[in-house]
Design a protein around this ligand. Structure first.
Ligand code: FNR
Length: 190
């Protein structure tokens, strides 16, 4: 069975290395996953005053999250934390109270950095946020990617065999995790 996975790129940059990583992940993902980006670029800054009458970008964002079988966060680390555009998107999706779009969605967190720790601190912050939002997370493998430009092509090609194998393993494990979570939360979905 095919599962629809929404992926969120935590960077708004045209040259985002995390967008490059996302392309590589799509390329190595098993056929059981259909990956579609959920854009966060057009969301306004979160304001509680607008929760009950949000602009269409917010409504569309929440619908895209809710319509996904699982979510994959592909994000940089900014100042040892979650980039503001991604946190902003999560805040919108979590509200209004009682309408948390992330609840029970199987999630994966992965990220690329130019630094050696490969977004580990961002991922740790994300785990707290997603726990609070009742979103089950793939615990292992963890994937902290130090981005090497020579390894990644523009269309998701991965020039290094070891890296390609690791990313493929990550996506296989993520797919198996999604399957496990859905079999509990949506019994009979198969
Ligand atoms: C960074 N960068 C960075 N890297 C890191 O490993 N840990 C960090 O805390 C930060 N902090 C940080 C803050 C800000 C505001 C910027 C712009 C950058 C460097 C970061 O890894 C690098 O810019 C990546 O290219 C960002 O990913 P995208 O935007 O290219 O996907």
């Amino acid at each position: 069975m095919t599962h629809r996975i929404g992926y969120l790129v935590g960077s708004l940059s045209q040259d985002s290395i995390n967008r490059v990583l996302a392309k590589a992940l799509i390329r190595v993902a098993p056929d059981s996953l259909e990956l579609t980006e959920i854009p966060i670029r057009d969301l306004p800054l979160y304001n509680r005053d607008d929760e009950m009458d949000p602009v269409p970008a917010v409504t569309e964002f929440k619908a895209a999250v809710e319509g996904s079988d699982g979510l994959l966060f592909v994000s940089p680390e900014y100042n040892r934390s979650i980039p503001a555009p991604l946190k902003n998107a999560i805040d919108w999706g979590s509200r209004p109270w009682g309408q948390n779009s992330f609840a029970r969605k199987p999630t994966g967190i992965i990220g690329a950095s130019v630094g050696a720790i490969g977004t580990a601190v961002m991922q740790s912050s994300m785990r707290s946020v997603l726990s609070f939002l009742d979103a089950p997370q793939l615990n292992a493998p963890e994937a902290y990617i130090t981005f090497k430009p020579e390894v990644y092509g523009d269309d998701g090609e991965v020039a290094d065999e070891g890296t390609e194998k690791f990313l493929r393993h990550y996506m296989d494990e993520y797919a198996a995790f999604v399957e496990r979570v859905l079999s509990v939360t949506l019994p009979g979905h198969m």
